[in-house]
Design a protein around this ligand. Structure first.
Ligand SMILES: [Zn+2]
Length: 524
């Protein structure tokens, strides 16, 4: 496909994104409570009445202070052993985090980000210890776990953290405004574990990033890490099937083991009666779609399998985005028919709302758009990371524009339909470059960040020409692979002359259109 052969459609645009249909007033986030634990003397393994880690894979580095890390060793490795009681939708988890201090300063404390602790009664922290020093002093406030180090961790040195905790997965409440967060929730036939595990916070500008959680957009800032996850499942029906990313090393009844490298999260889904259909892309990526019987629609013309259509769209889009934006980061891509509204992206796995399958009526229904949108986040999230609270347009405008690019290539007759259906009917307004904290409603947020965002990208393509525009995005995807990128990084990949060509467009869409490019940026 190379640069798609689109004729330049004039600059009318359209669009939406992950949380497309949620336009109602957001609910207040829960007030965080603080748990502070100061250990007077080291307490080795006192509180561990739960199962010992069965046969833990060896840590890459045995001690905390070898300080001889090779440059290509992963900054963070997670080794997780979890016991899932499926009937109770609860997990007992041991997580070992091996962290290398890649910052230029010595660290007196480490910060762990615990997404599931943003909701009360979901996450229960039992133990925090450091290896080899033992039980640690720590403080947990909302999603932020701060662990004091007995002595500073010097640059290049590593530290091992051991966490013991429980996760009580909440039911998906479809009547709630926050039903779209069912990626960590269960329905009568499905249990989703999206962002259920603690991750290392990102250390930037001499501090730890800790974005406040609000019910608009996403607030995560995630660096890549290597994951090794073993799951033991009890009290589960025979037809329970696991949909998970990574290299599956063990998949026997009740016992499952997977590894995933360079991933910003490790998320999975378990479904009763999941059907799985798969196909390889031209580049060899195995695409798997997990769906239910209700994805097969009975029509006067006979049954229509909407999951098969989603699989076909997925294969086409992965091949196309690989050509345009570079290699897909993993060997497999898992797509799950989610029992919650909208879609959601994770590393190597995406959810697409079941309603989109059940209401499928051809390429002009949401199923195709949401599927390729979430898949494009494998480039604009999993491959190229960014601060989703400060710069939400960086991934969401690009993901939404990736829908349009797909339409141009495979359904060129639908280009005008797409702009109208996705963008223009919402009469979007607002600045593209605002943070998630600048909006009072999800609708306003989507209109500005996603919809004005794709309008801006389309105008930029008009300013630069199609070939230069996609060459620019490709350089951004290459430079950002495995990194966290900022808007300055993106703009800095234009030459000074190209940057100047975009002046009027930046003026039209951005609150801060004047970016001062550094010498290093403009030289690239
Ligand atoms: Zn999105």
């Amino acid at each position: 496909m190379k640069i798609p052969r689109f004729t330049l459609p004039i600059l009318l645009l359209t669009l939406t994104a992950c949380a497309l249909s949620q336009a109602s007033a957001p609910q207040a986030a829960p007030t965080p409570t603080t748990v502070r634990v100061i250990q007077s003397t080291p307490v080795p393994t006192l509180n561990r009445e739960r199962q010992p880690i069965a046969s833990p894979p060896p840590a890459a580095t045995p001690t905390a202070d070898t300080c001889q890390q090779t440059p290509d060793a992963p900054t963070t490795q997670h080794i997780i052993t979890a016991d899932l009681d499926y009937t109770n939708r609860s997990l007992i988890v041991q997580q070992r985090i091996h962290y290398i201090n890649r910052t230029p300063e010595s660290l007196t404390a480490l910060e762990v980000h615990i997404r599931p602790n943003s909701t009360t009664e979901v996450f229960i922290l039992d133990t925090v210890s450091l290896s080899p020093s033992g039980a640690a002093n720590y403080e947990l406030t909302g999603q932020r776990l701060t662990i004091a180090l007995p002595e500073p961790l010097q640059p290049g040195c590593s530290q091992q953290i051991e966490l013991g905790f429980k996760v009580h997965v909440p039911p998906i409440d479809l009547s709630s405004d926050n039903a779209y967060q069912g990626y960590l929730g269960y329905s009568p036939r499905q249990m989703n574990l999206g962002q259920w595990l603690p991750v290392m916070a990102v250390h930037q500008d001499a501090g730890w990033v800790n974005n406040r959680e609000i019910p608009i957009g996403e607030q995560e800032v995630l660096e890549t890490a290597d994951w090794d996850v073993t799951l033991t499942v009890t009290h589960a029906p025979d037809n329970l099937r696991i949909a998970a990313p990574g290299a599956i090393l063990d998949n026997n009844p009740g016992h499952w083991h997977s590894t995933l490298t360079q991933a910003r999260d490790f998320s999975l889904s378990l479904g009763e009666g999941f059907q799985m259909a798969s196909q390889h892309t031209a580049s060899g990526v195995k695409i798997e779609v997990y769906s239910y019987d209700d994805a097969i629609l009975q029509t006067d013309a006979g049954p229509i399998n909407s999951a098969a259509f989603a699989l076909d769209s997925a294969v086409k889009s992965v091949d196309m985005y690989t050509d345009l934006f570079g290699a897909y980061p993993y060997e497999r891509l898992v797509i799950v028919q989610g029992d919650f509204p909208d879609g959601m992206e994770f590393s190597g796995i995406v959810f697409v709302g079941g309603e989109y399958f059940r209401s499928f009526g051809g390429p002009t229904s949401y199923l195709m758009l949401i599927t390729v949108h979430e898949i494009s986040h494998q480039w604009w999230y999993a491959r190229v990371g960014s601060d989703q609270a400060r710069y939400p347009w960086l991934d969401e405008a690009l993901a939404t524009y990736s829908e349009y690019v797909f339409i141009e290539e495979f359904y060129p007759g639908l280009k005008e339909w797409w702009w109208e259906f996705r963008v223009e009917r919402f009469a979007p307004e607002g600045f593209v470059d605002e943070t998630v904290y600048d909006f009072n409603s999800r609708r306003a947020y989507i209109n500005a960040v996603y919809l004005r965002g794709v309008q801006m990208l389309h105008d930029l393509r008009d300013n630069l020409g199609t070939e230069v525009f996609f060459g620019w995005l490709r350089r951004y995807a290459d430079a950002g692979a495995g990194q966290l990128m900022t808007p300055d990084d993106l703009w800095g990949l234009l030459t000074p002359a190209q940057f100047q060509q975009t002046a009027i467009t930046r003026q039209s869409y951005l609150k801060t259109p004047q970016i001062t490019l550094s010498a290093t940026q403009t030289s690239s």
